[in-house]
Design a protein around this ligand. Structure first.
Ligand code: ADP
Length: 548
């Protein structure tokens, strides 16, 4: 049986590298020992080697399942260049070419065969698999099996059946770059990994400075103008939520003498490729784009990525922000957000997708998933913890390295203890439920954040006195001295922390969240950021907090 000495020798012999990267070793070792594996590493961290080395060392064939048909030829050519014999079978080939590739895979000369997941279900391939000993089934982009992510590929659900139908169970190793706890769970269950060696590494991009700024739409615009004009020679990407915004902002920047281009899916193909080319060649320094921009763009010297709006998940944010600093040099990722962004994102989710084939139940499941993803994103905006740590732990990496730069750790904001406010809010939700009783659906009725705030501040509005005796609530007026905006902020943070939840009906109302019980404990404690950093001045100087 091959061991790690053989693996290191193969790494040197085939790839010319002297040592494994963190994360690669435990995965390769497990696979060589016949144990399943799950490798979670960001793109470029070196997942492929984790199955390519075992492919040459294990007796028998490695089947690599990859969704990226258009990349297979390149991947195989790369292996051949390194002296590893591999083939691919996919729909870009004629039937004759497919048969020839399978015959080659069956010849015993081949270490690996690359296929798309759809192929596993074909008679041709199951026949092939029944007659040839498959030592390793390597699943690339394994998150495609999960409906939690954005790249769900139904054919991935067939992988389990495929391996169960084989005469010998191969070692199964799954790899992905985007796997939160839930997605990992899905991969293990749906691909059918048995007691896998799980390795999650490499998510922290230490050359990136993370920065979160809450700002009004006008302040966002001003911040971007100042930031961009202060660094005319640096390449940057500005992501906006809508096509209209990208156009307006690009125009605005051009008016200030900045070589800015605009990119979104609504532009003609030639305009898009021109924008992309100008940006990649440094003819344009700034691209103002929707999330349509970025796939397959290889530009290493992007010095900043600014988000003009909050994306709908940490996955999306990190993928976009992660386009900064690919060269390893310092780069900055700034997220500008406002309460309006949250409302807009929530509205998008409730509008649902336009997939008519979904049943009402399925649509609700998807909406729920998207709500959870959004809460993760809102949590990033509101957290008082290290932003690097927030991201790595979101992706399931336990990382003890100190922060390499983020606006939270630069500690120019203060936290304020809002425990009392939070407890009062929680009691007020309870008061409201008592006063309003149960709705037609048998569940407690609730009120929106605005009404809760009015009750807590002891508002004299007529309806407080006339309707349902709101002024008789024990919490009525209990936060009379607290500004309404502060109460709203606390409600909002309690929602993203799970103490409260937003319930969507005709109006958005506030109910208890899954962690609500904690608010009645003696040791309950809650802080929020004290000051919203002024969105003034350009990057560097605003980190002093009071400078702008
Ligand atoms: P991923 O599949 O995770 O996106 P790749 O497997 O394509 O990443 O690897 C990215 C790059 O890193 C490749 O050029 C690969 O050769 C290189 N690489 C992988 N492992 C090592 C290593 N142990 N030492 C040096 N370079 C490595």
């Amino acid at each position: 049986m091959a061991d790690m000495n053989d693996a290191r020798a193969a790494l040197k012999h085939y790839f010319g590298y002297d040592g494994f990267r963190p994360g690669q070793e435990p995965l390769i070792e497990a696979i060589l020992q016949g144990r399943d594996a799950l490798g979670v590493m960001p793109t470029g961290a070196g997942k492929s080697i984790c199955y390519q080395i075992p492919a040459v060392l294990l007796g028998g064939l490695t089947v690599v399942v990859s969704p990226l048909v258009s990349l297979m030829a390149d991947q195989v050519a790369g292996l051949e260049d390194n002296g590893i014999h591999a083939v691919y079978v996919n729909s870009t080939q004629s039937l004759e070419e497919q048969s020839a590739a399978l015959a080659e895979a069956a010849s015993g000369r081949c270490d690996a065969v690359y296929v798309a997941p759809e192929r596993l279900g074909t008679q041709q391939f199951t026949n092939f698999a029944a007659r040839n000993r498959i030592a390793l089934l390597a699943i690339d982009e394994a998150h495609c099996v999960s409906q939690w992510g954005q790249d769900f590929r139904p054919a991935y659900l067939g992988i389990g059946d495929f391996s169960a139908g084989l005469p010998y169970r191969p070692v199964i190793a799954a790899f992905t770059a985007t796997a939160t706890e839930r997605v990992r769970h899905d991969i293990v269950n749906l691909v059918g990994l048995r007691n896998p060696q799980v390795s999650v590494t490499g998510f922290d991009r230490t050359n990136l400075y993370f920065d979160v700024i809450k700002a009004t739409p006008t302040a966002k615009r001003q911040w971007i103008e100042r930031y961009v004009t202060a660094r005319p020679d640096e390449s940057g990407i500005i992501y906006c939520a809508t096509r209209k915004e990208t156009e307006a902002l690009a125009d605005d920047l051009r008016g200030r003498g900045i070589a800015a281009v605009c990119y979104h899916a609504g532009l003609p193909a030639d305009e898009r490729s021109r924008a992309q080319r100008d940006f990649v060649n440094d003819d344009a320094h700034v691209v103002v784009a929707t999330n349509a921009f970025g796939m397959g763009i290889d530009k290493s010297n992007v010095r900043y990525v600014v988000h003009h709006n909050m994306p709908d998940s940490i996955e999306a944010y990190y993928q976009e922000a992660g386009r900064a600093g690919r060269d390893g040099e310092p780069a900055r990722c700034t997220l500008l957000w406002s309460d309006g962004d949250i409302t807009t994102r929530r509205r998008f989710i409730e509008m649902g997708s336009d997939n008519e084939r979904l049943s009402a139940d399925e649509a609700e499941i998807i909406r729920n998933r998207r709500r959870v993803l959004l809460d993760g994103m809102i949590g990033y905006c509101r957290t008082t913890d290290c932003l690097h740590r927030y991201i790595t732990s979101y992706f399931g990496e336990t990382d003890d390295t100190p922060c390499s730069g983020c606006s939270n750790c630069d500690s120019e904001f203060e936290t304020v203890d809002v425990t009392k406010i939070a407890v009062a809010v929680s009691r007020c939700v309870h008061d409201v439920q008592v006063l309003l009783g149960l709705g037609e659906n048998g569940r407690p009725r609730n009120l929106g954040a605005g009404k809760l705030t009015q009750i807590l501040r002891g508002s004299d509005a007529q309806e407080m006195h006339d309707w349902r005796h709101l002024d008789s609530a024990p919490t009525y007026g209990s936060l009379r001295d607290v500004p309404a905006a502060r109460i709203r902020d606390v409600i909002s943070q309690m929602t993203s922390d799970g103490y409260l939840a937003v319930e969507d009906g005709k109006y958005q109302t506030i109910t208890f969240g899954t962690r609500a019980a904690q608010t009645v404990r003696n040791d309950f404690h809650m802080v929020i950021k004290q000051v919203e950093r002024p969105a003034g001045r350009d990057g560097e100087s605003s980190y002093g907090g009071s400078s702008g």
